[in-house]
Design a protein around this ligand. Structure first.
Ligand SMILES: [Fe+2]
Length: 259
């Protein structure tokens, strides 16, 4: 079938409005991690180049939002999976992280040991704030999807994190006790006190750059999304490689701790 000039592209864009990156571009994008390996070991986190202009984030965000149904966390929903497929997250990034995990963290698990969720917070949500914790997985990737602002300087769910807050746990017992110890910082007051005493990072994600951090050693939380925030806050959280005893126990631990 012949289409008028630009018509075929318009149809393709309608079917898949955000698929604009080729395999080679995606390979180059995630391959930038090779140049950041020393940095993540030293700092505990790195940022990938901005997604702005590369994919239509808003289009994905709308679809993912539709799957949240008001829930704060939704695991591996179809729209999120589509985003990952289009970004090559599992096919390109995961294998790179997998090799790195084996080399640097003696990870012996499977490359498919991953846990993906969407996090959705409405303005004024009084529960989902300052729930500081460590993750069970070696790496956590945050992809910002909808990031609110505030003209009055109110909190808009900024990501607050403290890299290298503890050493990498040598055993699951140390992991659990470490989590229990830092549980005392699961409040705004306690976290602010800790921020004054130790180096802490605040990420706004206004640049739409995905953030990758070492989940087991980075204490992290989100500030509140205040009533004055310009919109809801939606992000995608991907966790790679839980070195815990079994996947079942890892899941149990995740259900026990605050996310
Ligand atoms: Fe987390």
């Amino acid at each position: 079938m012949r289409y008028p000039a630009g018509r075929k592209e318009a149809i393709i864009n309608k079917i898949s409005p955000s698929l604009s990156l080729s395999i080679s571009e995606l390979t180059k994008y995630w391959g930038s991690f090779y140049g950041m390996q020393d940095k993540i070991l030293e700092l505990g986190f790195v940022k990938f180049p901005t997604l702005s202009g590369l994919i239509d984030i808003e289009s994905y965000a709308v679809d993912i939002l539709g799957e949240c149904g008001g829930k704060t966390f939704v695991e591996s929903a179809p729209a999120q999976t589509k985003l990952f497929d289009d970004l090559g997250l599992k096919s390109l990034l995961a294998p790179i992280l997998f090799e790195f995990a084996k080399e640097q963290f003696c990870y012996k698990g499977n490359v498919d040991n991953q846990y993906h969720i969407s996090r959705f917070v409405c303005p004024g949500n009084s529960v989902e704030k300052y729930r500081s914790h460590f993750d069970s997985h070696l790496f956590t990737l945050v992809i910002p999807l909808i990031i609110p602002t505030s003209l009055l300087g109110e909190e808009v769910g900024e990501f607050l994190f403290m890299p290298n807050a503890r050493r990498s746990p040598k055993s699951e017992i140390e992991n659990i006790f470490g989590k229990m110890y830092f549980k005392r910082y699961s409040s705004r007051r306690a976290m602010m006190k800790l921020v004054k005493a130790r180096k802490c990072e605040v990420e706004l994600f206004s640049d739409q750059c995905p953030l990758l951090f070492l989940g087991r050693t980075t204490l992290h939380t989100n500030k509140a999304v205040s009533l004055g925030a310009s919109s809801v806050r939606l992000s995608s959280l991907s966790h790679f490689f839980d070195p815990g005893p079994t996947f079942v126990i890892g899941r149990l631990l995740r259900s026990l701790r605050d996310r």
